[in-house]
Design a protein around this ligand. Structure first.
Ligand code: AKG
Ligand code: FE2
Length: 459
């Protein structure tokens, strides 16, 4: 098979010349737990970053740098900025709820959306994957909205439980379709091949460790907040590619992790994707919205490997994505007023989210994301990527060549966006840096060592 597809990209179904495989070359196969996720060779050092980070004066928001070189101006949030996302959302005039209310998700995308509902049992501390809740109070904006709601309690545990019917649902047939799919999925709670992957396993009693004093914990938290405020910088790495450092607040990261834990354990949850020949991909994966099938390199509404319907993308994820694109466009505009920002980084509304969990030895070979629709690719609609947990070395470049690739460290809370002229970049993950998960995130979620990555796309 040729390495070039019709759009000129690398065909994801072909093995790499060096014997490694691209992300898009994976195939579903036997499920096995992952003990050793290493693959691929070590990358050599890059030829340097495209753009350097520059600070601007605190309190000024977006500013031009003294050095007017295009694309090296950056955003620095007003200081103090206790909660990056909350600030951004206010600035954007969004209806984003405050953190406490994040467990009540509203539907915005018809029956593709899930609601996460806060309930009295939200004080329970155990995962409950036996019930699926469908509906609760019908909402105005949910006119043609979710017939079924996966109950995800961001505050600590997840309900994939209780199926109830919402009487005022507009489309009964649609609801039934989904019920079938969810019931089918419910039977598959064990996941593909009996695999079930909890990114936040319950803490066990042993080993006994001395708890840090409150004082030490508070100091730790303060340092993390300080660090995250200091690091809150946006930078255009190249045309159409923006890195938003420490963009997701710790509390939002906690919520995202807990949501992914819940979705990951339910129907359509995490599984171990494998290559056609049985070789395993070095990460765990699940999809929200639509399923990306490694076997065919195509998107589908139902995961063909087990018949599960992918969980829907929660509304608040959309809001994070929208705000990130908006803020990235501001960065681009700030770099050069004459440019047409939409051409450089177009807007998009995601209906797909690939969720990867890398163990500390996880890797992902250089590949292009090019299985979205022709139109989406032609328009350069961006991929928006969230990094949470351990830091990673991210490679990117115009060629499928690790030696030529540039490198950037992606840390917990960073958001990376690549669209426009950068939509077809080759990219991958060469290294996960152990023990770099923020302590607070680890303590509040018990997330496994490793990295959670969410990439949003519009089909
Ligand atoms: O983990 C990452 O940062 C990249 C993931 C990715 O490229 C993908 O899922 O297509
Ligand atoms: Fe990718």
């Amino acid at each position: 098979m040729s390495d070039q597809n019709i759009r000129g990209g690398f065909s994801g179904r072909s093995p790499r010349p060096d014997g490694h495989y691209s992300h898009r070359n994976r195939h579903v196969g036997a499920s096995k737990p992952f003990e050793n996720d290493s693959f691929g060779s070590k990358e050599s050092m890059s030829r340097g970053r495209g753009k350097s980070f520059h600070h601007v004066s605190p309190g000024s928001g977006w500013k031009h740098c003294i050095d007017k070189t295009p694309s090296n101006c950056v955003y620095r949030a007003k200081s103090p900025a206790p909660d990056v996302s909350a600030n951004s959302l206010e600035a954007g005039g969004s209806n984003m709820k405050q953190p406490e209310s994040l467990d009540a998700l509203d539907s915005v995308h018809g029956n593709d959306d899930l609601h996460s509902l806060s309930t009295p049992d939200s004080k329970e501390s155990h995962l409950d994957v036996n019930r699926i809740q469908i509906g609760e109070t019908p909402k105005k904006e949910a006119d043609d909205a979710a017939s079924f709601k996966l109950k995800t309690d961001f505050s600590g545990k997840v309900k994939v439980a209780d199926i109830q019917e919402e009487s005022s649902l507009p489309s009964k047939a649609n609801a039934e379709d989904q019920a079938v799919s969810l019931e089918k999925g419910a039977k598959n709670l064990e996941g593909i091949g009996g695999f079930r992957f909890d990114i936040c396993p319950p803490k066990t009693g042993t080993p006994v460790m001395l708890k840090p004093s409150l004082l030490v914990k508070n100091r730790q938290k303060r340092n993390e907040m300080k660090l995250s405020m200091e690091a809150q910088i946006g930078s255009e790495l190249r045309s159409g590619m923006v890195l938003l450092k420490s963009y997701l607040s710790l509390s939002d990261q906690v919520k995202i992790v807990k949501a992914c834990q819940g979705y990951g354990l339910g129907p359509g949850g995490f599984y171990q994707p494998s290559y056609h020949g049985g070789g395993r991909l070095h990460l765990k994966m699940m999809c929200l919205g639509k399923n990306w099938d490694p076997e065919t390199s195509k998107y589908e509404d139902i995961r063909s490997a087990d018949g599960a319907k992918p969980p829907n993308i929660p509304t608040e994820f959309y809001q994070f994505v929208s705000k990130a694109i908006q803020d990235s466009q501001v960065i681009i505009k700030g770099n050069s007023k004459v440019r047409n920002v939409e051409a450089e980084l177009p807007w998009m509304s995601p209906n797909i989210c690939l969720v990867n969990f890398y163990s500390t030895t996880g890797k992902l070979g250089l590949h292009q994301d090019k299985d979205e629709s022709r139109e989406s690719l032609a328009k350069g609609l961006p991929v928006v990527s969230f990094s949470i947990g351990d830091s990673a070395e991210f490679l990117y470049g115009d060629h499928r060549d690790e030696d030529q690739a540039q490198k950037v460290k992606l840390e917990s809370g960073d958001v990376l966006i690549f669209g426009g002229k950068s939509r077809h970049i080759f990219h991958g993950v060469s290294t996960i840096f152990r023990d770099t998960t923020p302590k607070t995130l680890q303590e509040e979620t018990n997330i496994l060592p490793g990295r959670l990555n969410l990439t949003f796309r519009q089909y």
